[in-house]
Ligand binder design. Sequence first.
Ligand code: IMP
Ligand code: MG
Length: 183
Amino acid sequence: MDAADMGSKLEKVLVTEEEIRTRLAELAEQIWEDYKDKDVLLVGVLKGAVMVMADLMRALPGTVPMDWMAISSYGSGTKSSGVVRIVMDLRTDITDKHVLIVEDIIDSGLTLSWIKANLESRKPASVEIMTLLRKPDVVKVDIPVKYVGFDIPNEFVVGYGLDYAEKYRNLRVVGTLAPEVYS
Ligand code: IMP
Ligand code: MG
C-alpha cells in the first residue's frame, strides 16, 4: 500500500521508503562489521518487526539466522503498559549466542526492557537492540539501544509493520493518521 492509497486517512509521511532503504543499508553495514565473527542470532518481535527484519537481513552482505518471539502486552489502545506475556517463544537455544533484537519502534521502552531482561536470563553471550524508530519517551527508562534508524517525534505512527488496530502494517511509508481515523 502506497501513501497515495491512504487518501485523507494519512495525515503526514514521517519516513519515506527511500529513507528507510538507505538507513537500513547503513545499519546493515555497521551490524555486519560488529557481528561478522560472532555467533549471532537476530530476534524479531512479532508482528511489527516483520518488515524491518526482512529488509535488514537482505541488506546484510552475508548470512545470519533469525528467530521470532510473539508477546502480548496487557491493556490495549495506543499506550504500553510494560506488563508482558510471551505468546510464542524462540525455538533457538540462545546460550552463548550474540542476540540482536530487531524491533520496529521503541516508545516507552517498557516492552523491550522486559524482553531484554527475559533473554538475558537465558545466558546468552550478549543482548543488543536494533530499532527502526525511536520516540523521545524512551530516555525515561535506562535501556541502551545500539542501533537506531530514526528518532521521531512523540506521535502515534503506522506503516512499515506498525499498525493501528491491526491495520496499515502494509503501508510502505511511516506516517501519522488523520484525526478522523480515531473517531
Ligand atoms: P513501548 O513498550 O512503549 O516501548 O511500546 C512498544 C510497542 O508498542 C511497540 O513494539 C509497538 O508494537 C507499540 N507502539 C509504540 N508506539 C507505536 C506507534 O507509534 N505506532 C504503532 N505501534 C506503536
Ligand atoms: Mg513491536
